[in-house]
Design a protein around this ligand. Structure first.
Ligand code: DGY
Length: 318
């Protein structure tokens, strides 16, 4: 019988990393998004000590009950809204994540969505391809330079966005649970309502929790300027999507750039796909070769450290 600890891998592990992990663990592969409690035979479940998974795996009480020997679950993501943290902590299962290594990539998608919206770049591409340009000039668009960018949340990603926005000569304001002295000179702290009222572009950078679910809705859209754009690269359910669709249809706000939605993958029947003032992406904030590699390296290192009795670099519930 193998002395190596058994681990579930339900995340894309590059071949060289897989070799390193397999040298010290017995890997049980579970396709991404499949419930490990259904994929792993009942006879093996009590022997599983660790898991690395994407946010598509629900780490809830039922999963914890199915794997009684689990000591660590390492998320291949910075977000951990797929995990019942209270249940995991009660069961003394360590939850790890991948902060820091994806900030730039997510910030880049936020900036890209902002430029697409303000300069109407997606429609501009279609305008050229369709031949419409031969019949007349493209409609004028909007400057972002000199405008106010509001950040709801000032964590690691918010800070990179703020620094990048400075290079676009934008004024940056933010609202957070508390004022952050480390961003003095970079962004100005304002009250929550003031953030929605004053922003020309409002970007969401808060995690999804019971407290933040649907925390941006009809009331907040009503506070925004009719010329303002809303951008979400955090988690879809932070926004009340039905209220957003209503606000976009009514012209309460000018447009939205969304990398995340309440339902993912977004069904093409969603009204969001019909709205011309929306730019959509397929939850690709961290989806570059370099960033995903850094994330899986960190997720695997967290798992191996925890199994080896070392303190992992990134833990959610130490
Ligand atoms: C993250 O790391 O949280 C990304 O959004 C991937 O889900």
């Amino acid at each position: 019988m193998s002395q190596k600890p058994k681990i579930i891998v339900s995340a894309p592990l590059p071949a060289d990393l897989r070799e390193r992990v397999a040298a010290v663990c017995e890997i049980i592969d579970v396709p991404v998004g499949q419930n490990p409690a259904e994929a792993v035979p009942a006879s093996v479940r009590p022997e599983v000590a660790g898991m690395v998974c994407t946010v598509r795996t629900r780490v809830d009480q039922a999963l914890l009950d199915a794997f009684p020997a689990l000591t660590v679950s390492s998320n291949f993501a910075v977000g951990f809204d797929n995990v019942d943290i209270e249940a995991a902590t009660r069961r003394k299962v360590l939850i790890c994540n991948t902060p820091g290594v994806l900030d730039g990539a997510v910030a880049d998608v936020m900036i890209g969505l902002m430029l697409c919206l303000a300069r109407n770049l997606v429609a501009g591409d279609a305008f050229v391809r369709s031949g419409a340009w031969t019949k007349g000039a493209f409609a004028l668009t909007t400057d972002i330079r000199g405008k106010t960018l509001g950040l709801l949340g000032m964590g690691r990603i918010g800070k990179v966005v703020a620094r990048t926005a400075q290079a676009f000569d934008m004024k940056v304001i933010y609202h957070n649970r508390r004022e952050d002295p480390s961003v003095e000179g970079l962004a100005a702290y304002v009250g929550r309502d003031e953030l929605f009222k004053s922003s020309d572009v409002l970007s969401v950078h808060i995690p999804l929790s019971a407290e933040t679910r649907h925390s941006v809705g009809k009331r907040e859209f009503g506070l925004m300027k009719p010329t303002a754009y809303l951008i979400n690269t955090a988690r879809g359910p932070v926004l009340d999507e039905a209220a957003l669709i209503e606000a976009l249809r009514a012209g309460t706000i000018a447009g939205a750039g969304l990398d995340v939605m309440e339902q993912e993958p977004l069904p093409p029947s969603s009204p969001l796909c019909e709205l011309p003032n929306v730019v959509l992406q397929a939850h690709v904030g961290s989806a570059t070769h370099e960033t995903r590699r850094a994330m899986i390296d960190l997720a695997a290192a967290n798992l191996l450290d925890a199994l080896g009795g070392k303190t992992p670099q990134a833990m959610v519930n130490p």
